[in-house]
Design a protein around this ligand. Structure first.
Ligand code: MLC
Ligand code: AMP
Length: 503
């Protein structure tokens, strides 16, 4: 028995129904997908991977990349997908920290990665967005069936790294039960069936695109229009073939920015879901005016999968993230004492359920700081819950910027800038951005007599940090605003620069 593989994948063996529709017109059936995954599972075993070993993948989105996820499930290997934007330095941390035995990277970066990967005791294979590279070459002669490795619901299925306020990324350990329970809840809640065709334009290295979108469609037996990334023209072209879309708010503001996106184009759609970042109430309203559809907003995290959702049938209330999902408990607590607050008061949201992760890999102190012994996870999000149960996220208790659905922890950028020549200290903040929701501003204080060069700071960020984390604006100040305790007042900076990306 291997619940994750059996329930998501194995049930489709022999089915010649469509699973993936590709932009070029090709369709991959459920059965063909499983046969590809089985071949890959043989490759993993041939590489010496045993159940519980980690496989790190930094690869472009493709059917083969998704089949690698299925292969890991079938072989009992822990899947660790990584953002394709990560630099070599960022990547080496994840490989070392996770103890990954096999790394699958892009063929174009193989030369650069090989030495680093091997020095960390791992092996490197390659997979390109077009299926090129050593992984599929090795899979070529392998059998199309693989004896599924027995696993239990409590075994780990995936690691997803999430950054933290100290700047060190933590590997969130997700069990089979975490993934399956949430997928089953969401399938029922959002009424997915084998008739559904999901327009899939999210990356598959995060919770949203991999677990929320893919796992639900696998469970339902439906199909996905599998686009390599969000491309406005492709979205418009493919929408008439789809029944549903899951996206970050940037998807919806970009669609609304195009006059072709209207009631007629969306008439075959039954559901638009938004999450990963706050959807402006204004976007919700404009969307309904334009299309007649009300976006269904939900709220989740890497550590917890999905926690709350607006209802399918009831009121989808703009500006809220809806109600606790069945099987998930939520409460709003005092940040200092942890005591539950009365309804309507603002506090830190805590959540509990089968969806909540198993802890951070080899970081017991960080796990203890965020995951209570009674099972409640401290999300770090500031929220209120109304008498009727609707939850509204009103801010963040954690120093976090969310740009286009990607999380950016200011500390990581500050650590890079503070090391730059001529920089005394820095403070990184987020400011509203019309396309990405929020974007990054770096406030830099020079050392006495120094005048740091913006181009040099930008170049340093480029070397050290993934593109989406790069500050889009630098500000030089003689000193940072501080309170009487000496703590940097980021709220003062946020207020001062809140219009930086407007107009
Ligand atoms: C790309 N860039 C970004 C960016 N995405 N910069 C900041 N923030 C982002 N999110 C960079 C590009 O590298 C490019 O650099 C420049 O910005 C402009 O790129 P673009 O072509 O406009 O961007 P695009 O490739 O279209 O990507 C935008 C996007 C994408 C919003 C479609 O970022 C995306 O798919 N985001 C989804 C993220 C996601 O899945 N989050 C879920 C996390 S799970 P240059 O050098 O060309 O200027 C989670 C839990 C939950 O949060 O609840 O779901
Ligand atoms: P991640 O660590 O990438 O999983 O991001 C999780 C964070 O995204 C949460 O802690 C929230 O701050 C934010 N988030 C996710 N969904 C929503 C939403 N619908 N509204 C507001 N914030 C959200």
């Amino acid at each position: 028995m291997n619940p994750l593989y059996d329930r998501l994948f194995g049930i489709h063996a022999g089915k010649d129904t469509p699973f993936l529709h590709l932009a070029g017109g090709e369709t991959i059936t459920h059965d063909a997908f499983l046969r590809m995954a089985a071949k890959l599972a043989h490759v993993l075993v041939a590489q010496g991977l045993a159940p519980g070993d980690r496989l790190a993948a930094q690869i472009e989105k493709s059917p083969e990349a998704l089949a690698l996820y299925a292969a890991c499930a079938q072989a009992g290997v822990v899947f660790l997908p990584l953002n394709t934007a990560y630099t070599e330095g960022e990547l080496s941390y994840f490989i070392e920290n996770s103890g990954a035995k096999l790394v699958v990277g892009d063929p174009g970066r193989a030369e650069d990665l090989k030495t680093m990967v091997e020095s960390l005791g791992a092996a490197l294979m390659t997979l390109g967005g077009d299926g090129s590279g050593t992984l599929m070459a090795e899979a070529e002669g392998q059998p199309e069936a693989f004896e599924t490795v027995a696993r239990s619901e409590d075994d780990l299925a995936a690691f997803l790294y999430t950054s933290g306020t100290t700047g060190r990324s933590k590997g969130a350990m997700l069990s089979q039960k975490n993934l399956l329970s949430n997928a089953e809840t969401l399938l029922a809640h959002w009424r997915f069936t084998a008739e559904d065709v999901l327009l899939h334009a999210l990356p598959i290295f995060h919770t949203h695109g991999l677990f929320v979108a893919t796992n639900i469609l696998l469970l339902s037996g439906g199909a996905m229009i599998f686009l390599p990334k969000f491309d406005l023209d492709q979205m418009i072209a493919q929408m008439p073939r789809a029944t549903s879309l899951m996206g970050v708010p940037t998807f919806y503001t970009r669609l609304l920015g195009d006059a072709r996106f209207d009631r007629d184009l969306t008439k075959g759609m039954r559901l638009f879901i938004s999450g990963s970042a706050p959807l402006l109430a204004e976007t919700h309203v404009r969307f309904e005016e334009r299309t007649g559809h009300r976006i269904l907003e939900r709220y989740g995290m890497t550590e917890t999968n999905m926690n709350t959702s607006n209802p399918y049938d009831g009121e989808r209330r703009a500006g809220t993230v809806g109600l606790a999902l069945p099987g998930v408990e939520v409460k709003v607590c005092d940040p200092e004492t942890g005591a539950e607050l009365p309804r309507g008061e603002v506090g830190i949201l805590e959540v509990r359920g089968d969806n909540v992760f198993q802890g951070y890999w080899q970081m017991p102190e960080k796990t203890a700081a965020e995951l209570r012994t009674d099972g409640f996870f401290i999300t770090g999000d500031l929220a209120t819950q109304g008498e009727d149960g609707y939850v509204t996220i009103v801010g963040r208790g954690k120093d976090l910027i969310i740009s286009g659905g990607f999380n950016i922890y200011p500390k990581e950028i500050e650590l890079v800038l503070d090391d730059a020549p001529g920089v005394l200290e820095s403070a990184v903040i987020g400011a509203p951005h019309p396309d990405f929701g929020e974007s990054v501003i770096a406030v830099v204080v020079p050392e006495a007599g120094a005048s740091p060069d913006e181009a040099a700071l930008a170049a340093l960020c480029k070397k050290e940090l993934a593109r989406f984390k790069h500050p889009r604006k630098f500000v030089v100040l003689p000193e940072l605003p501080r309170n009487t305790m000496g703590k940097v007042q980021k709220n003062v900076l946020r207020e001062a620069y809140q219009g930086a990306f407007e107009g």
